[in-house]
Design a protein around this ligand. Sequence first.
Ligand code: ADP
Ligand code: ZN
Length: 807
Amino acid sequence: MKEFVEVAVGLPVFKTFHYRIPEKMIAALQTGMRVLVPFKGRKVTGFSIDLVEKPPKGVEEKLREVEDLLDEAPLIDPQMLRFCRWISDYYLYPLGEVIKAGLPPGLQLKSELILSLTQDGMESLRRGGLDPVQEKVFKEIARCGKASLRKTLRHFLGEVSRPQVFSWKRRGLLNIEAGVEGKEVKPKFEKVVQYQGDEPTQPISKKQAEILNWLKEKGNISYSELSKRFKSPSKSIQSLQAQGLLSLSRREVCRDLSVRSELKPYPKPELTPDQKAVLDEILKGIRSKRFSPFLIHGVTGSGKTEVYLRAIEEVLVKGQEAIVLVPEISLTPQLLSRFKDRFGENLALLHSGLGRGERYDQWRRVWRGEVKIAMGARSAIFAPFKNVGIIIVDEEHDPSYKQEEKLKYHARDAAVVRAKQAEATLLLGSATPSLESFYNTEKGKFRLLNLPERIEGKPLPMIEVVDVKKEESLLSEKLRVALQKNIEDKKQSLLFLNRRGFANFILCPECGHTFKCPNCSVTLTYHLRDRSLQCHYCDYRIQAPGDCPKCQGHRLQGMGIGTERLEQEIKVLFPETQVGRMDRDTTSRRRSHLKILKGLESGSIDILVGTQMIVKGHDFPNVTFVGVVSADTSLHFPDFRSSERTFQLLTQVAGRAGRGEFLGEVVIQTFNPDHYSILRAKDHDYIGFYREEIQFRKALEYPPFSRFINFRLAGNSEKRTKGTAEEMGRIGQSLLKKEYGKGIELLGPSTAPFAKIRGKFRWQMMAKGKSHHLLHQFAKGLASRMEGEVKGTGVNLDIDVDPIFVL
Ligand code: ADP
Ligand code: ZN
């Protein structure tokens, strides 16, 4: 008899805990269900991850009981649990939190204490004569039947204390029970009226007869639809039900998705010979039913999407399921629309842009096996399928696959692991593969598949590079002329500038004053629309002053331009054209990005100015010119991947030009015209870029030739954060000396590239090593030693494992 359960709680605790299963739950409790368990004086939600006959030695006596069972069926199956265990171990993140991260947010319950009145309590309320405060509180509880203790205390702050409430319990007036907060998203049901197939045996009213006739025709119908047609039908329905002529039942409905395919339909084309060759290889992989990892290196517009679609068709024929990861689904409505056109309702969409209810419903459709395809941003890698045949990662190089907070996983790397565990086919696709992935093809870990040409032999655009050191204005002569010509040709243009706002910062030329964020070590960006100075890291904002606050000078100047200013200048230069802008400021409202893309599709926008949002895989045939106003923003980022990132951005944004019948043209402005990222992008030479970059990585022993784990400390007190960092350095060094020797190198501790963000001071230390195994052991050792160090200091340790492949 398995009378004990191992539980991973949904809290930042690494250990798992054992509980005794009460007899009434033994039959029902399965691995993968949520349970409510007592934990450090609280009730918390946890996941049952194993059922055992005997708990670990020595703890049996002390074991407490599972309080409640929260699910009727397991939320995660053994395969998913195995996947979560890998993630937890690899990214050094508590298992319970990993499992939680993979579930839709509506399920992430916090349990709390719930108050309700006892019989006695209700009596006393009715009788009156309670003291006024007590009466108020009791009335409030009685009004809703029950209330959370936390909310009640907050509601009556200053009037009622926690001990008071507990004293009422002792007097038998109140029940206080552990329960779950009422916010949980629940499946949505509707009432259904069903015709039973019998004719009435006794006379019925005219209205009843009409309803019955209508039902006869329809078979069954939702109650809400029925009441649209017949006014207040409840009486008639009741009587028909009583006669057994119809029945009422409930069925689960799916909340309407607010994201749909709304762009042009996408017919199924004949494959090109290249596509066919690539697909044939993939089909072999799918049919082998073994782990088959591929990297498709296909230039922009080479028809990768069609290959994905065909591969999925094959997987569906095999009765298996498909997961499709895309960088930011809300930015790629075209891709979604192609999938919808091909697979219709067989597709669930999992991403954070959906409402909570919608997200929950989409997740449930996957969980219940109602759909075979799940598409979404990085968290879709947790789609609860049981028999995955293929995992596709589109634009696999995209940095948004890395989650930068909490569970810092890389969805592409997780995809590799999940595909491997499921013995599925893995398809990574990109025009600019990450160095790691391409290196893996050279090592024979992934198979490389090439789509070297655009569909129908369309040429890649002509790219020219302009050295802005020699230019006087924001737009070089060359860019202006090309843009002008494109406008005259009645074509559309994209202008890329990876910085939003109006001016990058404001400077007083008289005293040199600049405006800094009080919470972050960055300057504030000037936004013209509301004349504000904003921090792009913490959303701090103030009204922009007219004069310098330091020297009262009158000549404050905006330095460095952003998309808002670019848009304005373009409007002045080309007053006859329609100019649109796409950046975080213009797309903060739901669906606003879709509106902009539609404007581009319908031709109501001639020139679209934007940040990297316009780089994503859009396909607009009438866009023939792309201007890169500054290629340098990403080049100067303090990260060893900045060259790679620059090459990717330039190639991708250039790839938006000339996808229709007309040749595309691109102008790139830069201060670094001789940099290899820019030169190779200009020549559409991925392989050339790869060769140079990989040499540089090798020389410096950067990934993929080594691995990094970053230990980040953040705290409100500068002194304490620094002190903790120094202590971390000492502990790290002593661990190296004692256990890890030469296999690991420590860089730092030092202040992070942004020394302060959102009011927190930041320090970091990097561990670099060739063996991921060794690095992980070191990281675990350091983390456990640091636990005591940071306790009570307000300093937080965050561990970030750099993306790598662990095949
Ligand atoms: P990628 O994803 O590689 O950038 P897309 O999948 O967007 O390329 O394809 C580029 C364009 O070519 C799209 O407009 C698509 O409809 C079209 N296309 C793809 N495959 C074919 C084909 N076999 N025949 C004709 N057109 C195709
Ligand atoms: Zn800030």
